[in-house]
Design a protein around this ligand. Structure first.
Ligand SMILES: [Zn+2]
Length: 228
């Protein structure tokens, strides 16, 4: 039976910590294990655009970032274990029932991944980014999404200004203010065109970018880095 380990939150900006969405050389994941077959590499392209690892949506201190949700819901609502490994803190997707990391008393944290289009203030092209929303921003987003006037989140003409403040406990608290298309002028920002929106919808990331480890792999990592 696993002990209940109370973990003290280290002073680390989890919102900006590295996601394990990319394949690392020498790292065995479920996606590649045993899947190498004869043939041409070009015919075995992963379904997602492997070359472009998503640009992480971030909000700096004293900054408001203007963006538009591309979809009504997170494309990957997941739970992750954040483990301090010798390579730094890494996120591992929780297996749920029978998860070796849960068994050792580590508490998985929620992460909701959204496709968002970011509108740069100083002109320039809007870009597709992924918001790996931890519990605080996810709750703020959900609160908005549940109000009929901001639902669905990707409603035509609906944008959001996102900012954050750091609390005494080191956690960031996010503010998500709706911005109507006609208010964009005050921001000196051009609204997205229909064709830009369609392109972002086409390019939107899917749950395929979530790297999941096998139970055996998680067991090994848990053994190495978590107490019994
Ligand atoms: Zn777990």
């Amino acid at each position: 039976m696993a002990r209940d380990i109370t973990r003290v939150k280290p002073n680390i900006d989890e919102d900006n910590a590295e996601e394990t969405t990319e394949s690392r050389p020498g790292r065995v994941t479920k996606d590649v294990t045993g899947s190498i077959q004869p043939g041409w590499s070009v015919d075995h392209r992963p379904a997602y655009k492997s070359a472009d690892r998503p640009t992480r949506f971030t909000v700096g201190d004293d900054e408001e970032v203007l963006m538009k949700f591309i979809e009504p819901l997170p494309f990957a609502p997941i739970y992750q274990h954040w483990i301090a490994t010798k390579e730094g803190r890494r996120a591992y997707v929780c297996l749920g029932t029978g998860c070796p990391m849960c068994d050792r008393g580590d508490r998985a944290k929620s992460s909701d991944w959204f496709n968002v289009a970011v509108l740069p203030k100083e002109g320039g092209e809007p870009t597709l980014q992924v918001w790996y929303a931890t519990a605080d921003p996810a709750k703020a987003i959900k609160d908005k999404a549940e109000k009929p006037r901001y639902s669905p989140l990707n409603k035509p003409g609906l944008y959001f200004a996102v900012s954050k403040t750091q609390g005494k406990n080191g956690f960031n608290t996010y503010t998500i203010d709706p911005v109507k298309e006609e208010e964009l002028e005050e921001w000196a920002v051009q609204p997205l065109t229909q064709s830009q929106i369609e392109q972002f919808e086409k390019d939107a990331y899917t749950a395929e970018i979530v790297k999941q480890h096998t139970k055996t792999e998680l067991l090994e990592i848990a053994r190495q880095y978590l107490e019994d």
